[in-house]
Design a protein around this ligand. Structure first.
Ligand SMILES: [Fe+2]
Length: 190
């Protein structure tokens, strides 16, 4: 999902250089309620995290993308996801959470869908996002994210969700069946 300018908060000062990641972590840890999607977009848009600061959260594996949690409290969480070419999420919604995604390195493919309880899941559209871009999902957006198999490069993305993700709903094209999906919590580096 793309926010239009009316939905965005006034841009705060740019948060970059050494400590940018830590500064964002402190903002998330000091929040006293679930931040709005506009607030999450503003934080991600104005924060430029260096490869050095991402380093503790980087790690790839074969077969599936790898999630690394940076921080989490009852209102919000932040994750770094690492994707080899061809790795992708299931088609999913966020079961009541909203969130923003910033592309730190590589190319992200995002595919969006609509759901009707009778017609089932239908393809809506797709787009490609490059490093520095933002995307995200409001409730009840349904999407699939991934690193294109033909990208020839790894993908690193920074995710902020409010409230933290729990059990997600997954979908299949042409089907009205909704399944449950729990992102693997056993594979965090931190
Ligand atoms: Fe998602």
């Amino acid at each position: 999902m793309t926010l239009n300018t009316k939905q965005r908060l006034p841009t705060d000062e740019i948060n970059e250089g050494p400590g940018a990641m830590q500064s964002l972590i402190l903002k998330l840890e000091s929040t006293l309620s679930a931040p709005s999607l506009a607030q999450i977009y503003e934080w991600l848009e104005t924060t430029h995290v260096s490869t050095e600061e991402l380093q503790p959260y980087l790690g790839f594996k074969e077969g599936n993308y790898w999630r690394h949690r940076v921080c989490r409290n009852e209102f919000v969480e932040m994750l770094v996801l690492c994707w080899r070419p061809g790795q992708r999420t299931p088609i999913h919604d966020h079961n009541g959470s909203h969130g923003g995604v910033k592309i730190c390195q590589g190319v992200l493919w995002e595919t969006t869908f609509t759901f009707d309880s009778v017609a089932g899941l239908e393809y809506s559209g797709a787009r490609e996002l490059k490093a520095g871009s933002l995307t995200g999902s409001d409730v009840p957006d349904i999407h699939q994210l991934g690193n294109p198999d033909i990208s020839g490069q790894d993908l690193i993305t920074l995710h902020v969700y409010a409230p933290p993700l729990g059990v997600l709903h997954t979908y299949k094209p042409g089907s009205a069946k909704i399944d449950l999906y729990v992102p693997d919590e056993t594979e965090q580096l931190v």
